[in-house]
Design a protein around this ligand. Structure first.
Ligand code: NAD
Length: 451
C-alpha cells in the first residue's frame, strides 16, 4: 500500500519505517528541512534502539523516502497518517495547529478517495474538526479515522511491529476496512484490532496514558508516606503488584514522570473535562503529585547538605562574587538526563527540574547520559558540565544523583565512586541500588520511599 506519514518525529519515523518493513511504500514528510536533510543523508535525528537499522534497510530496498513536499506525498498515498506534534498550549489544552495545518493541506491536495488517519494524540472531537477542514477544501471523497499510537520510546520499534492493540476509530466503513487490511500483518497471532467510533478511539489514548500516569503518581505518593512511616516502598510495591488484578507494571516509585506524552496528555484531558464541566479529580491529583515529586530529589539534597554533620562548603564558594545559595561550593553529579532509559528525549524530564533546583541553590552541576547530553547542552549551555564518561561526571562531586536508570548505571563500581567523590553521598532516584551494601561501603545513601 502507498502511504504518507506527515511528521517524522518519534512516532512518524517509527511508523514509517515499520509500515515499510511490511512491504508498504512510504513517503515520510516533515516541515523541518534540517530533519529531512539528515534523513536523506542516512542519519536519524533521534535515538531509538533498532530504528537506524530499520530505516537504512527500507531506504536501501526503495520502500521508504523522505521529503519536505507534503503535497506530492499526499497525492501519491492511499492513506495519509498525521503524526505531527500536539504539545501543550499555555492554557493546558492540546495545541492542534500543526494537525489542522496538515488537514488543510490534505484538503487542498485531495484527488480521489483517501483515508486520513490521525496517529497524533488529539482531544475528543478532533476527527470531526479534521473532517470539516478537509471538506471545506475539496469535493473529493475521503474517510477520516482516529488511529492513536501506543508505542513507548525506548522500545518503539518492537511496540510498533508487535502492537498489543491497534485502535481504529472511524464512522467511515471503507476507511476502517483499509486500515484493518493495512494492520492485519502486524497482529497475525491474535485479534488485537479494536474497531470503534472516532470519539471513543480518541478518548482511549488519553485513558491509557492517564491510567499509567495515575499508577506512577499513586506509588510516588505512597513512597513519601512510606518514608514517614518507616516502611519500605519496594517491599510494598512487590507485594501489591503480586495481585494479578493489579499487576507489577508501572508501580515503580521515582523522581516523577516526564516525557512528551504523560504531562501534556493529562493537561489536555483535564482541559477537555473542564470544558464539559466535569472535574476529573483523579487525574488532577496525579498531575499535582507529579509536580511535587519532581522536586523531591532536589529537596533531599538540600536537606542533606543543610543537615547536621555535613561539612561546610569550601571557602572559595563564599568568596565575593562567588555563587550564592545553600549549595554554593557543592558539586552535584547527575547520572541520566532523558526522561527514561533508551531514549534521547528530555521533554519534561525530571532531570531538568532537578538541574533547575540545583542551579538555583548555587550548586555546580556535572552530568552524564548515554544519549541525552546534546539536548541538555542546547538548553543549559555551559551552566551544566557534561562528561563523556559516567565516572568523569562524578569526579570531585559532593553527591551523585541517579535520575534515569540506564543499564550502565545499575551496577557501577562503587569503590571507584567512593574514591573519586569529594564526599560520598548517593541519591538514588530509581531505587536501583542496595541501601545496606552502600552504607557498608561508607556512603550516605538515600532513595525514594525506603527507610
Ligand atoms: N513520542 C511518543 O512516545 C508518542 C507515543 C504515542 C503518541 N505520541 C503522539 O504522537 C504525536 C507526535 O509525537 P512525537 O513524539 O513523534 O513528536 P515529535 O515532536 O518528535 O515530532 C513531530 C514532528 O512533526 C513535525 N511537524 C510539525 N508540524 C508539521 C507540519 N505542519 N507538517 C509536517 N510536519 C510537521 C515536526 O517538525 C516534528 O518533526 C503527538 O501527538 C504525541 O502525543 C507520541
Amino acid at each position: 500500500m502507498q502511504l504518507a506519514v506527515i511528521g517524522t518525529g518519534y512516532v512518524g519515523l517509527v511508523a514509517g519505517a515499520g509500515f515499510a518493513e511490511f512491504g508498504n511504500d512510504i513517503a515520510c514528510v516533515d516541515v523541518s528541512e534540517a530533519k529531512i536533510e539528515m534523513l536523506k543523508r542516512g542519519q536519524v535525528p533521534i535515538y531509538e534502539p533498532g530504528l537506524e537499522e530499520l530505516i537504512a534497510k527500507n531506504v536501501r530496498d526503495g520502500r521508504l523516502q523522505f521529503s519536505t513536499d507534503v503535497g506530492s506525498a499526499i497525492r501519491g498515498a492511499e492513506v495519509v497518517f498525521i503524526a505531527v506534534g500536539t504539545p501543550s498550549a499555555e492554557d493546558g489544552s492540546a495545541d492542534l495547529s500543526a494537525v489542522y495545518a496538515v488537514a488543510e493541506t490534505i484538503g487542498k491536495t485531495l484527488e480521489g478517495y483517501k483515508v486520513v488517519a490521525t496517529k497524533s494524540t488529539v482531544p475528543v472531537g478532533t476527527a470531526d474538526r479534521i473532517r470539516a477542514i478537509i471538506s471545506s477544501q475539496t469535493e473529493h471523497p475521503f474517510g477520516v479515522a482516529s488511529n492513536p499510537e501506543f508505542l513507548k520510546e525506548g522500545d518503539a520499534v518492537n511496540d510498533f511491529m508487535k502492537p498489543d492493540r491497534v485502535i481504529i476509530g472511524s464512522d467511515d466503513a471503507r476507511a476502517k476496512e483499509v486500515l484493518r487490511h493495512l494492520y492485519n500483518p502486524f497482529v497475525r497471532t491474535s485479534d488485537r484490532i479494536h474497531l470503534m467510533d472516532p470519539r471513543s478511539a480518541e478518548l482511549s489514548k488519553y485513558a491509557a496514558n492517564c491510567m499509567l500516569a495515575t499508577r506512577i503518581s499513586f506509588m510516588n505518593d505512597l513512597a513519601v508516606l512510606a518514608e514517614k512511616l518507616g516502611a519500605d516502598i519496594e517491599l510494598v510495591r512487590k507485594a501489591t503488584g503480586a495481585d494479578p488484578r493489579i499487576g507489577p507494571k508501572f508501580l515503580f516509585p521515582g523522581p516523577g514522570f516526564g516525557g512528551s506524552c504523560f504531562p501534556k496528555d493529562l493537561s489536555a484531558l483535564l482541559y477537555t473535562a473542564r470544558e464539559r464541566g466535569h472535574e476529573l479529580s483523579i487525574v488532577e491529583a496525579a498531575q499535582r503529585i507529579n509536580a511535587r515529586q519532581k522536586h523531591l530529589l532536589g529537596e533531599k539534597i538540600l536537606a542533606h547538605f543543610a543537615g547536621a554533620g555535613s561539612a561546610a562548603p569550601p571557602v572559595e564558594a563564599q568568596a565575593e562574587g562567588g555563587t550564592r545559595g545553600p549549595l554554593a561550593g557543592r558539586t552535584i553529579a547527575i547520572w541520566g538526563l532523558s526522561f527514561k532509559p533508551r531514549t534521547d528525549d528530555i521533554r519534561e524530564s525530571p532531570a531538568l527540574t532537578l538541574i533547575d533546583d540545583l542551579l538555583a541553590a548555587g550548586a555546580t552541576v556535572q552530568a552524564h547520559d548515554p544519549q541525552a547530553m546534546p539536548g541538555v547542552r542546547a538548553i543549559y549551555g555551559g551552566r551544566v558540565m557534561m562528561s563523556d564518561g559516567m565516572y568523569g561526571a562524578v569526579e570531585g562531586a559532593d553527591a551523585l544523583v541517579l535520575v534515569t536508570e540506564w543499564h550502565e548505571y545499575r551496577r557501577p563500581d562503587f569503590k571507584r565512586l567512593h574514591r573519586i567523590m569529594n564526599t560520598p553521598a548517593l541519591f538514588d532516584g530509581r531505587n536501583m541500588w542496595e541501601p545496606d551494601e552502600l552504607r557498608g561501603l561508607g556512603f550516605s545513601y538515600q532513595s525514594i520511599g525506603r527507610p
